[in-house]
Design a protein around this ligand. Structure first.
Ligand code: PLP
Length: 408
């Protein structure tokens, strides 16, 4: 029996459905962030990255890099195994204390990624609550959905950010435990959840809340604790989840909550128990990034300034930006083939790396270019981005809003 043809056929289907994923080979340059070297079959060339979630450039911050190097020299690179077998390394204990403090919770638990933290924590939490009904926002990230699926609990999906619909679902299940799962900031539409109203409803109908702050930690609120902190409702959320892989510039994920909840997840979640712990140098780097962003507003301010500048330049140029109240800047392209081509042209001809997103993330036939300004993009880079986008729009005969307005 031969097996390889199964995989060849799967790949063929992906190509036919235009779902085959390609990721450009990038060599990021710590000293010249957000610049990178793009390596392709045509050779290597310098580019500016406009699609990284290293939003505040913390992955190359001198304090973060130094903490990592010193710890690697002192402790070695790997964690030496799972926490069950090899014990919990000291920087990991400090990291969990720092995260609990960031979110004003009694305890925190670190996983190897944000994805794993959602998948493991939700599946475990819901399994520990008999007859739990999960109420989940329609736009929730795959990691949340996977945790819900693995819990085996009944789920109901509420229309995205529609609290009236959420209330109807809560009211229809009066006598059972309920877990509301949502994100504070949705990265695909760049919009924000009505967190205070969700907390009101949770209190009124006796539900628990689980909020994913992956795109918001480090970025918003006092000390970078996230959107819930900015809105003064962090203490009303039962479980806060975050990633160390975006604004904190490292890798790893976590949840923060009560002592009992954290201890129960620690004791029962397979995705925590049966895998090697986060290595000490990564923990030390994350501690340095979190500590720095608790004290410094500079990176958040610079990033917000850059976001405002990008939005102003792109909309003045007539590019079809989606209006967002956050740092996510999606540009819509109502033709998925042209969206993909726009990404290719920007990279090849203008040295600008922006990720085109198509089906299945978007509806079939449409696409978006996701632009993520960082604290390190310069004014000149913003001008170059706007000029390149306008040029590409003209080459692909995509409509600019200015032309649409003039024709109307
Ligand atoms: N949650 C949300 C909302 C995300 O967008 C992502 C990643 O993009 C994750 C969780 C997973 O985080 P990580 O990259 O740390 O696995």
């Amino acid at each position: 029996m031969t097996y390889d043809h199964f995989f060849a056929e799967a790949l063929m289907r992906l190509h036919e459905e235009r779902r085959y994923r390609v990721s450009a080979e990038m060599e990021r340059l710590a000293g010249r962030c957000p610049s990178a070297i793009w390596h392709s079959s045509q050779g290597s060339k310098p580019v500016v990255m406009w699609c990284s979630t290293d939003y505040l450039g913390m992955s190359r911050h001198p304090k973060v890099v130094a903490a990592m190097m010193v710890t690697a020299i002192n402790t070695g690179v790997g964690a030496g195994g799972t926490r069950n077998f090899a014990g919990t390394n000291r920087p990991l204990v400090e990291l969990e204390c720092g995260l609990a403090d960031l979110h004003g919770k009694a305890a925190a638990l670190v996983f190897t990624s944000g994805y794993v933290s959602n998948q493991s924590a939700i599946s475990t939490i819901a399994r520990l609550i008999p007859d739990c009904l999960i109420l989940t926002d329609a736009f929730n990230h795959d990691s949340l959905n996977e945790g819900i699926r693995q819990s085996g609990a009944e789920k109901q999906i509420w229309h995205h950010n529609d609290v009236a619909h959420l209330e109807r679902l809560l009211a229809a299940a009066p006598n059972r435990p309920k877990l509301i799962v949502f994100e504070s900031l949705y990265s695909m539409d760049g919009d924000i959840a009505p967190i205070a109203v969700i907390c009101d409803l949770a209190e009124r109908y006796g539900a628990m809340t689980y909020c994913d702050e992956s795109h918001a930690v480090g970025m918003y609120g006092p000390r970078g604790a996230g959107v819930a902190a900015r809105e003064g409702v962090m203490h009303r959320i039962d479980v806060i989840e975050g990633t160390l892989g975006k604004a904190f510039g490292c890798i790893g994920g976590y949840i923060a909550g009560t002592h009992n909840l954290i201890d129960a997840v620690r004791s029962q979640a397979p995705g925590f128990i049966f895998t090697s712990a986060l290595p000490p140098p990564i923990c030390a780097a994350a501690i340095a990034a979190i500590q720095h962003l608790k004290e410094s507003e500079k990176e958040r301010e610079q990033q917000q300034k850059c976001v405002a500048r990008v939005k102003a330049f792109l909309s003045a140029a007539g590019l079809p930006l989606m209006a967002t109240a956050t740092h996510i800047v999606p540009v819509t392209v109502d033709d998925s083939a042209k969206c993909r081509l726009a990404g290719e042209l920007l990279l090849r001809d203008y040295g600008i790396y922006v990720q085109p997103v198509e089906f299945p993330t978007m509806a079939k036939g449409s696409g978006r270019l996701y632009i993520t300004p960082t604290s390190l993009h310069t004014d000149d880079m913003v001008v170059a981005l706007a000029d390149a986008l306008v040029d590409v729009w003209k080459r692909l005969e995509l409509p600019l809003r200015l032309q649409m307005r003039a024709a109307a």
